[in-house]
Design a protein around this ligand. Sequence first.
Ligand SMILES: [Zn+2]
Length: 427
Amino acid sequence: MDLMLRDVLIIPKPDVSSIFRSNIIIEDNIISEISPQARMRDPEYIISGKSFVVLPPPINSHTHLPMTLLRGYSDNKPLLPWLEDVWKIEGKFNAKWIALGAKLACLEMIKAGSGGAADFYFHEGTITKVLEEAGIRGWLGSGILPSAFVDQGGYEFQLEEFERTIDLTKKSSLLTPSIAPHSQITVPEEYILKTADLAESHQIPIMIHASETRKEVMDSEEKYGVPPVERLEQIGFFREGTKEIVAHCTWITQREVEILGKYHATIGWCPVSAQKLAYGGVTPVPELRAAGAMVALGTDGTASNNTLDLWREMREAVNVVSAARWDPALYTAEHVLEDTNWSFRRNFHPQSLIEEGNQADFAVLDFNKPHLQPTHNVISNIVYAANGSDVHSLIVNGNLLMHDREVLTLNEAEILLEIEEKSKELF
Ligand SMILES: [Zn+2]
């Protein structure tokens, strides 16, 4: 697709001093030129205007896409009773429901200006096809949980689905397979090590949940004598050359911070979900960043958030650290923007950062709105005032997925109607 962005404000780095105004030319999916003099003959679309601000779209570091079907179904309960509600419905999920939930999630992500997601679920082969159609980037974590529900269940079945996802993503420039043992407390050691071997031999990322709640940490200490991240290191989960995405890390010790830093693990931090389910703790983000871990913001599933809007998540993230640590300078707007729009991309797909010759991924925000004026500091307005609905257009891998709020790859009206008609059957 040939596109031109004209006279827009560009944020090439999460640093307010790097911002400049320019034109951008996109040819055959690639950023061919960034310069105020750049011109293009007959682009398919021109996005032009002084009020537009462009930056790399956020990538969701941890979510469960098909759980959109459960949005608002169970609120104001602690983790275990909430999980019982959720499992009752998830037990009915087959490939058909998973495809429908993923479709709604992709539509929501495009409308909220997200460029991709690290998903953690079952039937990833089915989800692969939905992401491909939507045109967003995906890291597809095939869930491994030997005690899973009937339609997702059994290690052998889950492994077959993983192999299928590898085959389906082979030719894709958007999708990366991944393997996702649920957690060290729910999956036997034997399977955790088998999945770590698979990640190592296929050279793909591995995802896991760890230290989500204080109870999980206490259970691990009682059973194994050490907290979750420490045990993962003891059994050989972390490997040189394998990229781990460790979700939550709400309750971790300084020793565990250092382990995660040592292996440069990516932390799938989901502050809204942690607050909603009342986990009490706040992930020690400043310490993790200082130790060398890669903090990347995620939403978790929509049953515990209840949106996939990472622009809203940013505001909550920066505020919860300030509030919990009694220090508003410890984790700033620039830090959280880096952890939302740069950190995951830098670690997993740096060839889509804003640079000539790279794949073109852009979120275009429209600042011509009362809540985004005046513009003393563009990054401050994005973090503290913007929402996903301020994204005017979304470009991923050089393709325009949304233009002027209209989704071009999925049929919005049709999906919303299907959700309205069918989702009741589940409940
Ligand atoms: Zn999760």
